[in-house]
Design a protein around this ligand. Structure first.
Ligand code: TXA
Ligand code: MG
Length: 323
């Protein structure tokens, strides 16, 4: 079910997708669960495989900006952001083009569509080989940690996926930054793999919808990305019984299981390690995971966003949370 993403693997994956099957594929952010975006049955299977409530729209992946803008309508701002950041971890929410080959399930029946051109060479090769855009949420069960290794997908989704393409560890490790360019001033719907400051340098200030507007990005509810073990954030050191997720060194005397997001306090390294290390500590049998403070700037903004959601979500996900 899992194979190295060589030429033969990509050809087989494209064949499975054309037949309405599901293929998990590597992107630079996290692994995605791909289906033909225009095939309603295939898109419905994605929702079933993830246990994702209907109405939480999916990101549509395209091989280049031309193909992405055949699905979503680009204005000058969208074209400028695409020019600057694609291929890469930026998703644009745009008005859905009339007649675009996207199943209504993939857009939640809204008048908008989220599009992204991924940078990972395997994702690009797959999109080229398939010849149609892929609906692709993160390849994790609803509400749980996103996968950054092919092995995570196999553990989490098992036989619900027809094929897992193994492209190695995801280099960015956080989902894409989502910017809405559909109505009114550009809005940041999700901090992610491109630092918000970088996007704002190109797009001007982004509006940050408040918690009362969470319905703007369905699926981005308060609780998300949850390990099973409760988290304690902003911890300088672990207490007895706690595992420790450090940033910039594990304190001497920490007795329990520990990981260091980045010994040299590098936020890109920390982002790449975040979900894998949380999974590892989640499996370590500690009563709680204490997490060191991470600076809230650049990629640290997205890291803190995921940690805060994870801290709220350790209990079984409530209806409507996660994605
Ligand atoms: O990096 C990523 O973005 C990964 C990789 C696989 O590309 N994908 C990903 O997809 O994180 P997913 O489904 O886990 O998150 C997509 C989020 C949804 O939670 C939703 O908030 C937002 O994108 N979204 C999708 N379509 C939207 C729309 N039309 N309007 C507003 N938000 C939308
Ligand atoms: Mg997700």
């Amino acid at each position: 079910m899992a194979r190295r993403a060589g030429v033969a693997g990509i050809r087989e994956a494209a064949r499975i997708l054309a037949g309405g099957g599901l293929v998990a594929f590597p992107t630079e952010t996290v692994y995605g669960l791909g289906a033909d975006a225009g095939n309603r049955d295939a898109v419905r299977r994605v929702f079933r495989a993830k246990g994702r409530p209907a109405g939480h729209p999916l990101i549509v992946h395209a091989p280049d900006a031309g193909a992405a803008f055949a699905v979503g309508e680009a204005d000058a701002r969208a074209r400028a952001l695409a020019e600057r950041f694609w291929p890469g971890p930026l998703t644009l929410v745009l008005p859905l083009r009339a007649g675009a080959a996207v199943a209504p399930e993939a857009t939640g029946g809204r008048g908008t569509v989220a599009v992204r051109v991924p940078a990972h060479p395997v994702a690009r090769a797959l999109l080229e080989a398939a010849g149609f855009p892929l609906a692709g949420p993160s390849a994790n069960p609803h509400g749980r940690l996103s996968p950054t290794l092919a092995a995570h997908v196999r553990e989490d989704l098992g036989d619900a996926v027809d094929l897992v393409l193994d492209g190695g560890p995801a280099a960015v490790g956080l989902e894409s930054t989502i910017v809405e360019l559909a109505a009114g001033p550009p809005a940041l719907l999700r901090a992610g793999g491109i630092p918000v400051e970088d996007v704002e340098r190109a797009a001007g200030p982004l509006r940050r919808p408040g918690p009362d507007e969470e319905a703007r990005a369905p699926g981005m509810l308060r609780r998300h990305y949850a390990p099973r073990t409760p988290l304690r954030l902003g911890a300088e050191a672990p207490e007895p019984g706690e595992a420790f997720l450090a940033f910039g060194g594990v304190p001497a005397g920490a007795a329990g299981p520990a990981r260091d997001l980045s010994p040299r306090r590098d936020l890109a390294e920390a982002a790449a390690n975040l979900f894998r290390m949380l999974r590892e500590l989640d499996g370590a049998g500690a009563a709680r995971i204490a997490v060191a403070p991470v600076p809230a700037e650049g990629l640290g903004l997205a890291i803190n966003d995921r940690l805060e959601r994870a801290a709220r979500g350790a209990a079984p996900p409530a209806a409507g949370a996660g994605g």
